[in-house]
Design a protein. Structure first.
Length: 204
């Protein structure tokens, strides 16, 4: 189903994707991410295929819309991911863990911040390794924003994107929030989601 799913139009103008650097990867690539890489630039940076990013944001929103809000946990240890992931979670009623992930959050019921989600969203499989490890240990499905250099063996659904850039993370999480609201039927048109991308963007 995944492979046959095609989004014919961009969810936001291609210019916004490009000027936000959503497609700008790292200077290393993993074998896992090979299929999502469009080309390598002269400066050695790998460029991600934004058509695949676009498709997977749409498909990921369909996936997210099937879960009760209280059963989804979104995490970001990365500084630039903390504001967008919090805004994303707030818009959809998800649980959120921004900052250092406390070991045992998913596995130790004695912890004050213990949660029992049915789905985990990670901003970066490397930076969010502790949350990812715990999710795998209890069999949770994982949606992950994955850059050119990420290992993805424990990520069930990959959204290829620059997961280190401030503006890039804001755009991806803003789109995921808007599309999930639409898929859930919480909004019937984009006009009903007036929140600007800037509200998802980490401050410098």
């Amino acid at each position: 189903m995944e492979d046959s799913y095609k989004v014919k139009e961009f969810l936001i103008s291609e210019d916004v994707f490009l000027t936000s650097g959503v497609h700008i990867g790292t200077q290393q690539k993993s074998a896992d991410m090979k299929e999502f890489i469009f080309r390598v630039r002269n400066d050695g940076l790998y460029v991600l295929n934004i058509q695949l990013t676009n498709e997977r944001i749409k498909y990921g929103a369909q996936f997210l819309s099937r879960y009760e809000s209280s059963k989804v946990l979104a995490v970001s240890a990365r500084q630039y991911g903390q504001k967008p992931v919090t805004s994303f979670a707030r818009a959809l009623g998800f649980n959120v863990f921004a900052g250092r992930f406390i070991p045992g959050t998913l596995t130790n019921p004695d912890l004050p911040k213990y949660v029992e989600p049915e789905l985990l969203v990670v901003t970066d499989p490397a930076a969010d390794a502790q949350a990812l490890k715990e999710a795998v240990s209890i069999g949770l499905p994982v949606i992950g924003l994955c850059d050119a250099n990420n290992e993805t063996k424990n990520v069930d659904f990959i959204i290829p994107a620059n997961n280190k850039g401030r503006r890039s993370l804001a755009v991806v999480y803003w789109l995921l929030a808007r599309e999930t609201l639409k898929e859930r039927g919480d909004i019937s048109s984009y006009d009903e989601f007036p929140t600007p991308i800037e509200d998802f963007e980490a401050k410098l």
